[in-house]
Design a protein around this ligand. Sequence first.
Ligand code: FES
Length: 107
Amino acid sequence: MPSRWIDICDLTDIPVRGSRVVRFQGAEIGVFRTASGDVHAIDNRCPHKRGPLSEGIVHDGAVTCPLHNMIIDLKSGMARGADEGCVAVYPVEIRDGERVHIKLSAA
Ligand code: FES
């Protein structure tokens, strides 16, 4: 399937240990920035009951869903611990030291 990179925001637009939401062709993507400065993009809907992951707490390279506390690894998109489930993960690149790009599949 063809894909393309899109420029979504400046790195400073994403708070450390926070997130922002990008909507593109019906997808809702949470873009997260960890305490160490890594940026990850995953589907914004929790695999449990579609809780808004972008409103969760970012910690240890993961986000805790705000609804029922499932922990989703930001790198793999997989649930941690005893929970099962996963979300789609989108490749991220920081270009020119400041612009955040994510790779999306074209519709
Ligand atoms: S909706 Fe995320 S843990 Fe239930």
